[in-house]
Design a protein around this ligand. Structure first.
Ligand code: ADP
Length: 276
C-alpha cells in the first residue's frame, strides 16, 4: 500500500531537533512520506547559540507550495511561518492541496519564552488557520495568546482557552501543559467541542527536550494521515513524544534535542486518558 503523504510548512532548525527536521524524522518514524515547504532557515551562533532567522524569499516559498500541492499531500502541518503573508498563504495552500487533515502548530516564538515574534501573526492565525484546522496544538503560552486570556495556570484555565479556540474554528484543540504547567506530571487538555479529556504521562527530564512541540504536532499529523481519529491521534502523539523526551540527549552546552526515534527503538510510554 502506498505511503500517506504528509506536508510540513515550517522553518529549518539547523540543529535539527525542532522545525522541519523534527517533522520529517517523525513522519519517517510513523510511516508517512514527508514533504517540506520551507519558510525560513534558523542558524545558531556557535559561541552563544543565539538564533538567527533567514527568511526564504516569498516567491521561492510559493514555488515550493506549488510543487508540494502537485504531489497531493494527505495531511498538512504548519510550524514556524513567520509573517502574516505566509500564514495566509499556508491556509490557502492547505485548501488547494485537497488534503483531508490540517494540523496547526501555532508557533509564536522561535526559542525562549514570552516574547512573541510578531503580535499581528496571532490574529492572522486566528483568521486564516484556525477555521480550517482539524487539530490545533498550542502550548500554554500560545493558547493564552490565541484565546486572549493571558497566562494560563491551571486545567480550568486551559478549559476556558480551549473553548474559545474551538469557537475560533479549530475542530479539535489540544493544549499542551507540558513542563510549563509546573506539575509533577505532564498534563495536556484535549477538547473536541463537546468533551474535555486530560492526557497524562509522567514528567521526564526537562533539560534536553528541544523539538518536543514540533514532534508532537508532526506525530499527530502522521497518525491522522494513517487513519486515526483526532482524539486517538493526539493520545498516540503524546505517547510518541514522551518516549522522545525521556530519551532526549545533550548536544552541546546550549541544547539537547529529543530523540525522535525513541518510540520505535527504545520504549513505549503509557498515556492516561481521563474525562475532566
Ligand atoms: P516544548 O514547548 O517544550 O517544545 P510542548 O510544551 O510543546 O514542548 O510539549 C510537547 C509535548 O511534550 C506535550 O505533550 C507535553 O505535555 C509534553 N512534554 C513537554 N515536556 C515534558 C516533560 N518534561 N516530560 C513529559 N512530557 C513533556
Amino acid at each position: 500500500m502506498a505511503l500517506k503523504k504528509t506536508l510540513t510548512i515550517a522553518g529549518s532548525d539547523t540543529s535539527a531537533g525542532a522545525g522541519m527536521q523534527a517533522d520529517l524524522k517523525t513522519f519517517q518514524e510513523l510511516n508517512t512520506y514527508g514533504i517540506v515547504a520551507l519558510t525560513s532557515i534558523v542558524t545558531m551562533d556557535e559561541k552563544t547559540w543565539s538564533h538567527d532567522v533567514s527568511p526564504i524569499p516569498f516567491d521561492v516559498f510559493e514555488k515550493q507550495l506549488e510543487t508540494a500541492i502537485s504531489i497531493g499531500p494527505d495531511a498538512v502541518k504548519t510550524g514556524m511561518l513567520g509573517t502574516q503573508e505566509i500564514i495566509k498563504r499556508a491556509g490557502e495552500a492547505f485548501v488547494e492541496s485537497g488534503a483531508d487533515y490540517f494540523v496547526v502548530d501555532p508557533v509564536m516564538v522561535c526559542k525562549g519564552e514570552n516574547e512573541v515574534l510578531n503580535p499581528g501573526n496571532t490574529d492572522a492565525m486566528v483568521e486564516h488557520l484556525l477555521p480550517k484546522a482539524t487539530v490545533v496544538t498550542p502550548n500554554l503560552f500560545e493558547a493564552g495568546q490565541l484565546a486572549n486570556l493571558g497566562t494560563l495556570k491551571s486545567i480550568d484555565d486551559m478549559k476556558k482557552a480551549a473553548k474559545i479556540i474551538h469557537q475560533q474554528g479549530a475542530k479539535h484543540v489540544i493544549i499542551k501543559g507540558g513542563k510549563a504547567l509546573d506539575q509533577d506530571k505532564s498534563y495536556d487538555l484535549y477538547f473536541d467541542g463537546k468533551q474535555f479529556y486530560q492526557l497524562t504521562t509522567d514528567m521526564f527530564q526537562q533539560s534536553y527536550n528541544h523539538g518536543a512541540g514540533c514532534t508532537f504536532a508532526a506525530a499527530t499529523t502522521a497518525y491522522l494521515a494513517n487513519g486515526k481519529s483526532p482524539k486517538d491521534a493526539v493520545i498516540a502523539a503524546k505517547a510518541f513524544v514522551a518516549s522522545a523526551i525521556k530519551n532526549g540527549w545533550k548536544m552541546n552546552d546550549f541544547v539537547g534535542p529529543v530523540d525522535h526515534g525513541a518510540f520505535n527503538r527504545v520504549e513505549h510510554i503509557d498515556v492516561e486518558v481521563t474525562e475532566v
